[in-house]
Design a protein around this ligand. Structure first.
Ligand SMILES: [Zn+2]
Length: 186
């Protein structure tokens, strides 16, 4: 199996040649950026899948990678990927907003989304914002199974601290890989 991992945002995401940090939140003078956290998750997830003997295609590997969001699903297909996983953090004006959700496009992917949702909630204990069908997202235009995970809210202290915790991060990446392999097999 070959898995496409899409760490949300980054270079050329919204505008060509301009870095898009995604959602941001400043805490004690430190600026947390969605794109950086998503990349960290993506790179760990890559290692987890490879350790399980699967191939991985990264839509971006770092903060310089010029992969426009509109091309990411297509690039993944061209790379021969079987499944597409996009990693994001959520944002809302109200810092109290919290919880996790998984977005999917095709009805066929509903079970995959729900299984991801359940597995991650078991680790984080976050509020269940439920899975949501979204047909409008560019990255979900991948021809094949796909899901976009909104891990939690960057501005919510409890969500962010959990997601920045290395043990939780490893457990979350392990669970994403486990669900994906169980669902789509070898
Ligand atoms: Zn995002």
């Amino acid at each position: 199996m070959k898995i496409a991992i899409d760490p949300g945002h980054g270079m050329s995401n919204r505008q060509s040649g301009i870095y898009d940090p995604g959602a941001t939140h400043v805490e004690n003078g430190f600026r947390h950026e969605e794109a950086t956290i998503a990349l960290k998750y993506g790179l760990i997830l890559k290692d987890v899948f490879r350790a399980k003997g699967h191939e991985v295609f990264m839509t971006r590997d770092d903060a310089e990678d010029h992969a426009p969001v509109g091309m990411r699903a297509k690039n993944a297909k061209n790379a021969g990927c079987d499944v597409f996983i996009s990693i994001h953090l959520n944002d809302f004006d109200d810092d109290a907003a919290n919880g996790q959700e998984v977005l999917y496009r095709d009805s066929d992917d509903k079970l995959f989304a729900q299984n991801l949702q359940n597995a991650l909630l078991a680790i984080t204990g976050f509020k269940d914002r439920s899975i949501k069908k979204r047909e409008d997202l560019a990255v979900l235009k991948f021809q094949g199974p796909s899901a976009l995970i909104e891990l939690g809210f960057i501005a919510n202290d409890s969500n962010r601290e959990t997601l920045l915790n290395p043990q939780k991060r490893n457990a979350i990446c392990g669970a994403i890989a486990e669900v994906t392999v169980a669902q789509f097999g070898s």
